[in-house]
Each structure stands twice: as structure tokens, then as C-alpha cells.
Design a protein around this ligand. Structure first.
Ligand SMILES: [Zn+2]
Length: 164
């Protein structure tokens, strides 16, 4: 398990999650989301053998996902009112603060920002925020006002936007 002095893995509202061990200012790059780049076919096999492996994957481009198994990204939870987002820097996926984050806060991102129009996976949401959408689905299902806010923050990759 890769550990980092600025982050810890703790019990949170929904299982285990990534919790800040220090303060992050808005715009800070928190950590790289590391993992193995796998094909869409491999992810389909996860759905048949161990669905949790599939749920943890991050869409990486049109044909690939990043499998964070064994790395910190495995614990990255969704929120409908997140304090972080995923940005692509070259070939790397980075977790970026979109709000000030205090030590002790869980760090979350909105899974819909990485679900392209062909991602049929949906999740019933229990994030507990006032903005909860109840069901998390692909980018095309995101309310227009939310999508606009996320685009302004730069946390929706181009290939996801273009899939709509
Ligand atoms: Zn929610």
C-alpha cells in the first residue's frame, strides 16, 4: 500500500476513504492516482469476477481505464458535492483540490466526471450532501449547472466531454 504523509486511509461514511492529514489550499495537486492501465475488455472481466475491482477503476481514455488496486486511488470515494477532482497531466491522473481542504476532511471527487457516455455503470449514492443526486451515472446525466461548474474548474477530461 503506497502511503503518503499528507494522506491517510480511514473509516468514513461509506467504508474506507482518503482523509487529509494536512491542509490543502484550493487548486493544490494532492496526489497522483497511480495504478495499472487496463483495457475496457479487462474491466468487463472484472464485472464478472469481482465487481468491486471494476467500481474502483478510473476511466483513462477512450479505450483504457486505470486500475488503482493496491494504491491509494482504490479508496477514492464519490461525493455529489466534492472537494477534489481528477485532472490529467500528460499521462498521469492527479487528484486536485477544488475547495480548501482541512486536515481530517475526507477527500472526494464526483465519479460522473470520469464516466463517458458509453459507461453504463450506475451507482446508488449515499454521500449525504445536500446536492446528492441519489444516482450517479455518466457525464451526459449530470445537471447542466453542475457540468458547467465542473468545466470551469477544469475537472472534466476532454475525452469525457466529447463523448456526450
Ligand atoms: Zn450523492
Amino acid at each position: 500500500m503506497a502511503s503518503s504523509p499528507s494522506l491517510t486511509i480511514k473509516s468514513v461514511r461509506n467504508g474506507r476513504g482518503i482523509v487529509a492529514a494536512k491542509n490543502f489550499r484550493r487548486g493544490a495537486l494532492i496526489t497522483e492516482i497511480k495504478g495499472r492501465i487496463v483495457t475496457a475488455e479487462e474491466v468487463w472481466r472484472y464485472w464478472e469476477t469481482d465487481p468491486r475491482l471494476g467500481e474502483n477503476c478510473f476511466r483513462y481514455d477512450d479505450d483504457h481505464y486505470l486500475d488503482p488496486d493496491g494504491e491509494i486511488g482504490q479508496y477514492a470515494n464519490h461525493s455529489c458535492d466534492p472537494n477534489a477532482g481528477i485532472v490529467k497531466r500528460g499521462r498521469r491522473l492527479m487528484l486536485k483540490a477544488i475547495a480548501p481542504i482541512a486536515a481530517g476532511d475526507e477527500i472526494t471527487h464526483d465519479y460522473s466526471t470520469l464516466l463517458a457516455a458509453d459507461d453504463v455503470w450506475r451507482m446508488r449514492c449515499n454521500c449525504g450532501t445536500s446536492k446528492c443526486r441519489r444516482v450517479v451515472a455518466h457525464i451526459g446525466k449530470l445537471p447542466a449547472v453542475t457540468l458547467r461548474a465542473y468545466r470551469r474548474l477544469g475537472i472534466v477530461p476532454d475525452f469525457i466531454l466529447e463523448s456526450r
